[in-house]
Design a protein around this ligand. Sequence first.
Ligand code: KIV
Ligand code: NA
Length: 266
Amino acid sequence: AKRVRVHHLRQAKERGEKITMLTAYDAVTAALFDAAGVDTLLVGDSIGNTMLGHATTLPVTLDDMLRAGRAVASAAPRSFVVVDLPFGTYEEGPAQALASAVRVMKETGASAVKLEGGRRSAAQIRAITDAGIPVVGHLGYTPQSENALGGPRVQGRGDEAAEELSQDALAVQEAGACAVVLEMVPREVSARITEFLAVPTIGIGAGPEVDGQVLVWTDMAGMTDWSPRFARRFAEVGRLLREAAQEYVADVRSGAFPTADHTFAQ
Ligand code: KIV
Ligand code: NA
């Protein structure tokens, strides 16, 4: 199948077809999700929490993202691949943001970058899109600001906060973003933003009235004991994997593995 490209996202919104997104951080899962028909793969800086053992996304480096982005893009022939710009690689201004985005595009084969923030990041989004690089915005709960926001909390509650969020959404669109992720936003607010934006919204904990959905794959697949309230565990892959490992250990210890089938004769 042909690769999903930026105009397909806009088309999907116009046709009322939902856009699907999952995170991926390596070639194995990227190949599985691409084959499953997931439209867009997000190489999220959630790699910090999900894969690298950090407590937050803050320690994630551009090199971490470049390595993961390369793995995902090389294994996903069809999906639109988006790579997060991690904390500290775009806040200084448009020049820093552009330099980071250019490295992602040159070194990974991704289709777009994503960065957090509304009006505060508009100049960065403009500089990157002016260079011909698609940008996805990210509003609502933005994990790179977790120290300022006081941890994962719903954003845009109340008229004033909802208005601020709407202004941010407009600013991101006007700066040239091709889509906007809305994270932990009341459904009425994300519904309104989805209606007035021309570009698609992709929700996570933002209700059903958005143009697309994204989940962190380890939440979606039930890899860990805890998962956020807005996620659904579509499988219990963590349990399956633990059981497979337990069986392997038991069979090696008992001598049930390997058999002649797995053994080379002279
Ligand atoms: O890094 C990430 O996984 C994300 C999604 C939660 C949108 O930014
Ligand atoms: Na992210």
